[in-house]
Design a protein around this ligand. Structure first.
Ligand SMILES: O=C(c1ccccc1)c1ccc(-c2nc3ccccc3n2[C@H](C(=O)NC2CCCCC2)C2CCCCC2)cc1
Length: 233
């Protein structure tokens, strides 16, 4: 029916976002590194800050390719990036964790992340999120559009024109809704479950300062970009 069909304009929008998402992949694959060796909490923290710093740079490039983003107020663009960076990092970490790999590799990866130095009290919510993302078996288009929807969240702190952001987000939500019906015809509520993950993501990201502060080591060093984005130091 007309209602469900992805029209030409939406197809172009989806292509722009998926191309940007694929173009801006994380350079060095953290999963490979973690599968190779067991590192100390200090080495793991350094690995995290390196990965997270490059991921923020990748996120900025991806965001600039979201149709309409660059026509938002400049300060609102910054507020949206700052407000979504931690969620985008967890979303990307979940996608790295749920990537198709042999079971023993997933088990080793889980073990390495569990023993990395992250405080135990965050393990359960973090892995619950990773597994709930994995169960969705998202196609790449859904991952890319879900990341764009996370960035275009109108109620981030300091956004001056939330309506303008809402209009962009609604366009993305409409495309995602249609895509979910097409890609997962058997699962009626797939789209709703997908959006439910964004609520889980926001809750998980809410603890990020405590997670960082209580990483089992002293003298946490951050890059200037992470100090800015993670509100630390
Ligand atoms: O505590 C965390 C935190 C949360 C909010 C703000 C700052 C830090 C916090 C944050 C990520 C992960 C986390 N969950 C992962 C799941 C699978 C694979 C790696 C994962 N990671 C870390 C990672 O490098 N993630 C990359 C992934 C690509 C995009 C940039 C980020 C490593 C870092 C080496 C040690 C082990 C975990 C685990 C924990």
């Amino acid at each position: 029916s007309k209602k469900l069909e992805i029209n030409r304009e939406q197809r172009a929008l989806m292509k722009a976002i998926v191309d940007a998402y694929n173009r801006h992949q994380i350079p060095e694959d953290v999963a490979k590194k973690l599968l190779q060796d067991q590192y100390s909490p200090e080495e793991n923290f350094l690995l995290l800050t390196e990965m997270a710093t490059s991921q923020v740079q990748v996120l900025v490039e991806f965001t600039k390719n979201i149709p309409g983003f660059l026509s938002l107020d400049r300060e609102d663009q910054i507020a949206l990036l700052k407000g979504s960076a931690v969620e985008a990092m967890f979303l990307r970490s979940a996608q790295v964790f749920s990537r198709k790999m042999p079971t023993e590799h997933t088990d080793v990866l889980e073990e390495r992340v569990r023993k990395s130095g992250i405080p135990d009290e965050f393990m359960t919510p973090m892995f619950n999120f990773y597994k709930s993302i994995g169960e969705l078996h998202m196609v790449q288009e859904e991952q890319a559009i879900l990341t764009a929807i996370t960035i275009l969240t109108p109620d981030r702190p300091y956004v001056k024109d939330p309506q303008a952001v809402e209009r962009l987000q609604e366009t993305m939500l409409d495309v995602l809704r249609k895509l979910c019906v097409l890609q997962h015809p058997q699962e009626q509520q797939y789209f709703a479950r997908l959006l439910g993950r964004l609520t889980e993501l926001r809750t998980l990201s809410h603890y990020h300062s405590e997670m960082l502060a209580s990483w089992r080591m002293n003298d946490h060093k951050f890059t200037p970009l992470l100090c800015e984005i993670w509100d630390v130091q």
